[in-house]
Design a protein around this ligand. Sequence first.
Ligand SMILES: Cc1cc2nc3c(=O)[nH]c(=O)nc-3n(C[C@H](O)[C@H](O)[C@H](O)COP(=O)(O)OP(=O)(O)OC[C@H]3O[C@@H](n4cnc5c(N)ncnc54)[C@H](O)[C@@H]3O)c2cc1C
Length: 435
Amino acid sequence: MVEHFDAIVVGAGPAGTAAALVMARAGLDVLQIERGETPGSKNVQGAILYADALERLVPDFREEAPLERHVVEQRVWLLDERSHTGAHYRSADFDEDRPNRYTILRAPFDRWFAAEARAAGAVLLTETTVTELVKDAAGKVVGVRTDREGENLFADVVILAEGVNGLVGQRAGLRKELDPRHVALAVKETVFLTDEVVQERFNLKGEHDGVVIEAMGDVSAGMVGTGFLYTNRESISIGVGCLISDFQATGTAPYALLDRFKSHPSVAPLLKGGEVKEYVAHLIPEGGYHAIPELVGEGWLVVGDAGQFVNPAHREGSNLAMTTGALAAETVIALHRQGTPCTKAALGSYLRALEQSFVMKDMKKYRGLAAMLHGNKHFLTTYPAALSRAMQTFLRVDGVDKRTKQRLMVQDFKAARGGWWHLMTDAVKLARAWR
Ligand SMILES: Cc1cc2nc3c(=O)[nH]c(=O)nc-3n(C[C@H](O)[C@H](O)[C@H](O)COP(=O)(O)OP(=O)(O)OC[C@H]3O[C@@H](n4cnc5c(N)ncnc54)[C@H](O)[C@@H]3O)c2cc1C
C-alpha cells in the first residue's frame, strides 16, 4: 500500500520538530524523518536556548525540558593575544522564575523536543536519510525517497528542515551549493568540571545560574569569526567558528584555533583541571539575508538553517529555526483546512508570515554585516588590539599625566588605522551595518 501523509518533515532539529509538533497538534498526519540514531545525535550547538520561541510551542517546557543553567550574566570579550577588554551584564532580573535564556546540550534537548511532537501524534522515523525528493510529471514535489528499501513516501507537502547542508534541496535543484563565504565552520569541545567548580569560577550562587561569554578579536586570528564559552551544569562548552572561505585562504586548522583560544590567559584558568570529553564540528549559515535561498515551491517549504536563518550578530539560530518551523506549519495547516493544494502560490503565505515576524526583520537589519566584516578585517584585528593598548595606557599608574595618556591613546588609534579618514569611514560602515 502506498503511504500518504498530510506532511513530511525532513530533519528532527529545532526547526523540523517545531513544524511537526504544530502540525500534529492540529490533527494532520505528519511523518518526520531523521538520519540520526536519535534526534540530536548529529546536532551541534553552543548552546544557548532562547525561552521565548520554545515557550510559544511548549508553555510549560521549564518543568520537563533537559536544561542546563539559566543565563544570569552575559560577557562580551574583545581579545588580543594576552588580554581581553570586556563588557559584562549581570542582572537578578534574569534569575526570576521564568528565565529568558538557558544553556542546553543538544542531544538530550532534541530528544525531549522530538518526543513532544511524537506525543502530539507525529510519526518519527530515525536512522533514515532522505536521499531525494519525489516529483510528479508536472515537477511538483509529492514525497521523498529514503535510504531504506521500499516504496517512496508521499505527502501533500514536504518541509525541508535538514539543516545548513541542505543536500536534499540541493540535489533536487531547489537551491545552490553553499558559498564558503556564507558558511562558518565551528569546532566545539565540552570540558567537564564539577558543579561546585563551575559555580566558584563564574561567581554563581547556585547550580541553576549560568554565565555565557562571547569572544571576538584575536580568537579568530584575523579571520571573520567568533568564540564562545558557556557554562553547563557540570561542564563548559567552548568553541570557535570562522568563515570557511577564511579557513581556506589562511590554511588555519580549526582545532589549532580552538587550542589557541583555550590557552589564552583569560580563558585557561576557567578550564583548568577540566576533562575534555567531546569534540565536535559543525557548519553555521552566516551569509545573512542575501544568502537566503528560495523558500517555497510546488509542494515544498524550507525552514531553519536550511533557509540560512541565523543571526550571527546575536548568536541566534535555534529560536529562528523554531519560529520558521512553526510559521511553515501554520501555513500548511491553513491550506489543509481550506482544502487548497500546496502550490507555490498558496505556500506564499509562509513568506508573508516571515516578513511580519522578527525573523525576517532581524535578517534584514543585519543584511550588510557579513560583507562589511569580510571586507574590513580591522574590526576583528586592529581595533581589539588598539583597545587593549588603550586600556593598558589608561590603567597603568606610571607617573605619566592623564592628558598625555589621553593624547597617546588617540594617536595610537589613529596610527593603527592609518589616519582619521579610515577611522571615520570605519565608524560609518559599522553604524550602517548595525542600523
Ligand atoms: C557551534 C555552534 C554553536 C551554536 N550556538 C547557538 C546558540 O548558542 N544559540 C542558538 O540559538 N543557535 C546556535 N547555533 C545555531 C543552531 O544550532 C542552529 O541554528 C539550529 O540548530 C538550526 O536548527 P535546524 O533544525 O534548522 O537544523 P539542525 O539543528 O541542523 O537539524 C537538522 C536535522 O536534520 C537532519 N538531517 C539532515 N539531512 C537529513 C536527511 N537527508 N534525512 C534525514 N535527516 C536529515 C540532521 O541530522 C539534523 O537532526 C549554533 C550552531 C553551531 C554549529
